[in-house]
Design a protein around this ligand. Structure first.
Ligand code: SAJ
Length: 434
């Protein structure tokens, strides 16, 4: 850990009545980001309390176990719990740093729902003392960090809460620092990626940087909270727009009658062209969601971002319609659907187009549908009552005349076109071409 940090100096105040001990971190939300971050901070010498509303999650973590699959996470949590540098609790403790890593789902009409962030701010408010720093990590609409400040200010009139553009000396620090890690590589990327640290004031950014520079090996780049909030949304919108381009190309190629995989492979030999891969749509809890936060902030201006979202959502419907046509071309045949996850080699089915397509097909074709998903022990609830079966790859391929690759898991990549000879095959990921 770095040398002890002088919170009083960074916040520009002469003295603090009750400075919080400078090595305690409360991480609010023990999900895909909060738990790895909490365990990592603990491994870097911080005293960490992970807070979650779910008693089951708290119990699991306190037993040194994990409730999510992520490379290296189980070892990290086990070691931190054994070393007593990490504990989990349902109540927010007094700490010197509060990190908010709770979900920010989409509400009705694709509008951002920041109620969990607001609830975290309300839970922190009674505990926070002078010198402490609150950092929002949840992907959030622009202005959320200021909203957190307003909630704390309302609950704690005894504290001077920082405001953007204000020169006033503040009692606490407030910052936004988005996570940008890739599921499946979270622990590595938490350490090695560059971080953008947006302070409500420059002193706030400096204070938050103390936490990040203690474990991040990438660069820690400071800016304002509003810029940092926008950066996160822009990163994911950039990827969504680029995937939408690939998905739209695949639909154009269907109309024109050319092989989209060959077109992309050859176009990418141009030194300044780098087209992404089409698929059955875009899934996960980030790329398929966050661009809507940008649209909500500037509905008239964000035309390309909105259209990209619509193209990617439409690609799932287009894919399902193509599979239905194949099934009709082989009446009475079994249909093997390979993969349910939102991308290869993870057990995460959230917002997965593969899952949505497979479940919809199962609802109309029932026991004809044979699902192969190495990351599932049983079929998810969306298949309840449909008659669809979960099978291992070889058995499903033996039984089915129609084969659809929905996810290019490593476990499927040994398949060659010759292995599927005589079957009707639809490869939504271009896996068999690689
Ligand atoms: N996909 C394609 N074609 C491609 C690439 C991806 O169809 O060429 C699909 C995937 O199959 C998947 C979806 O897009 O369904 C998203 O996958 P992803 O690997 O692009 O992204 P995530 O959701 O796993 O993680 C992203 C990352 N963001 C960016 O790459 C800009 C990660 O760095 C972020 O931290 C994460 O979102 C997040 O939490 O926001």
């Amino acid at each position: 850990m770095n040398a002890p940090f002088d919170a009083t100096a960074a916040l520009g105040r002469k003295a603090l009545a009750h400075p919080a001990p400078d090595h305690q971190v409360a991480v609010i939300g023990l999900g895909y980001i909060g738990l790895p971050t909490a365990a990592l901070l603990a491994s870097y010498g911080w005293s960490v309390c992970g807070v979650d509303v779910s008693p089951k999650v708290v119990e699991t973590v306190n037993a040194g176990r994990v409730h999510i699959e992520e490379r290296d996470l189980d070892r990290l949590v086990h070691e931190a719990i054994a070393a007593r540098t990490l504990v989990a609790a349902c109540e927010v403790p007094t700490a010197s740093f509060y990190m908010i890593a709770v979900p920010t789902p989409l509400g009705p009409g694709k509008s951002p729902d920041i109620s969990y962030v607001e609830a975290a701010a309300r839970a922190i408010a009674p505990k926070i003392g002078p010198g402490a720093c609150v950092i929002v990590e949840s992907t959030s609409p622009v202005g959320t960090t200021e909203r957190v400040g307003a909630i704390i200010a309302e609950a704690r009139p005894d504290l001077v809460v920082p405001r953007e553009g204000s020169e006033e000396d503040a009692d606490i620090a407030l910052a936004y620092c988005p996570e940008r890690v890739l599921p499946g590589r979270i622990v590595t990327e938490l350490v090695h990626n560059d971080r953008v640290i947006g302070g409500v004031t420059p002193a706030c950014a400096a204070r938050a940087a103390v936490l990040y520079t203690s474990f991040v090996k990438g660069d820690c780049l400071t800016t304002t909270a509003r810029v940092a909030e926008t950066v996160k949304l822009v990163e994911n919108a950039f990827r969504d727009v680029n995937i939408a381009f690939a998905n739209e190309l695949s639909m154009i190629a269907d109309v024109i009658g050319v092989d989209v995989w060959e077109v992309i492979r050859l176009a990418n030999r141009h030194p300044r062209v780098s087209i992404l891969q089409p698929g059955p749509g875009v899934g996960g809890h980030c790329i398929a969601v966050d661009p809507w936060f940008l649209v909500a902030g500037a509905p008239e201006a964000a035309r390309l971002v909105r259209t990209a979202r619509e193209v990617n959502d439409h690609k799932a419907l287009h894919t399902e319609a193509k599979i239905r046509a194949l099934i009709e071309a082989a009446p009475g045949s079994k249909v093997a659907l390979l993969g349910l996850a939102f991308k290869p080699d993870i057990d995460d089915f959230r917002e997965s187009p593969a899952l949505a397509i497979a479940a919809s097909l199962a609802r109309t074709h029932g026991e004809k549908i044979l699902v192969v998903e190495p990351f599932a022990e049983t079929l998810p609830a969306a298949f309840d009552g449909t008659g669809a079966q979960l099978m291992v790859l070889d058995a499903a391929l033996d039984a089915a005349e129609v084969v659809v690759v929905l996810v290019d898991h490593t476990a499927f990549r040994h398949l060659a076109p010759a292995d599927l000879a005589g079957k009707l095959v639809f490869d939504t990921r271009g896996m068999l071409k690689r």
